[in-house]
Write a protein that binds this ligand. Structure first.
Ligand SMILES: [Zn+2]
Length: 227
């Protein structure tokens, strides 16, 4: 049994593994790569969700089994070459792993507000990873591209990337016009957060990822008709 580190942070709602790992690294005065080495593993093994590496991190971070399972469910877990499990449903990997990382600048600025060490507090949420999720339901702000990299080891080094964009984030450069969520946005958020049992629409009979794809086709067709 490994000891919990003296300095730990609680995961925020829907936080992903790379996000919490980064915040823990920064809190402990280092970066993601060196924090992983300090734990006796590598950052790459953490990102690949190597079972042993994730277990070491969870113990050192003081995560309960429930917290760990919740975090991995919002991060997406590989189940084969091209598929992932995300919120108890099966997705194609490319619907969850994109070179472009998106987020809500208002959420992130709230995390950072008045904090002497903002990077310890800014968290990325798992629903922001999911193709089809286009809005923050707290602020009604569209998810915007924050940074882009085809290399996961760079893309998911959240603290390093956040440090680069923090001045622009604070200056409001990522802010866009807010808009009301559509019925589809509300449905998808409820389905992802509360699961299929809470889905009272006819879509409960369908797996979520094909439904997202179908809605995109229907939406595009409607726009063409109206245009
Ligand atoms: Zn937000």
């Amino acid at each position: 049994m490994l000891r919990k580190l003296a300095l730990t942070v609680e995961p925020v709602d829907r936080e992903t593994l790379p996000s919490l790992f980064s915040r823990m690294a920064i809190l402990n005065g280092t970066d993601a790569a060196n924090f992983a080495l300090d734990l006796g593993t590598t950052f790459r093994r953490i990102l690949e969700q190597d079972e042993e590496a994730v277990a070491i991190f969870a113990e050192r971070a003081g995560l309960s089994a429930t917290q760990l399972a919740e975090m991995l469910s919002w991060t997406g877990e590989r189940i084969g070459d091209v598929r992932m499990r995300f919120r108890q449903e099966v997705f194609v990997s490319r619907a969850l792993r994109n070179p472009i990382i998106r987020g809500c600048p208002l959420c992130m600025r709230e995390h950072a507000a008045d904090q002497p060490h903002p990077l310890r507090h800014i968290a990325l949420r798992g629903d922001w990873l999911c193709r089809g999720v286009d809005i923050c339901h707290q602020h009604h702000h569209p998810l915007v591209p924050l940074w882009s990299s085809s290399r996961p080891i760079e893309r998911d080094d959240i603290g390093a990337r956040l440090a680069e964009i923090l001045p622009d984030l604070r200056a409001g450069s990522f802010d866009r016009m807010c808009f009301d969520p559509t019925d589809y946005d509300l449905w998808l958020d409820k389905r992802l957060s509360q699961g299929i049992a809470a889905d009272k629409t006819w879509l409960a009979s369908q797996p979520v990822f094909p439904t997202i794809t179908l809605c995109e086709f229907i939406g595009a067709a409607l726009l063409r008709t109206q245009g």
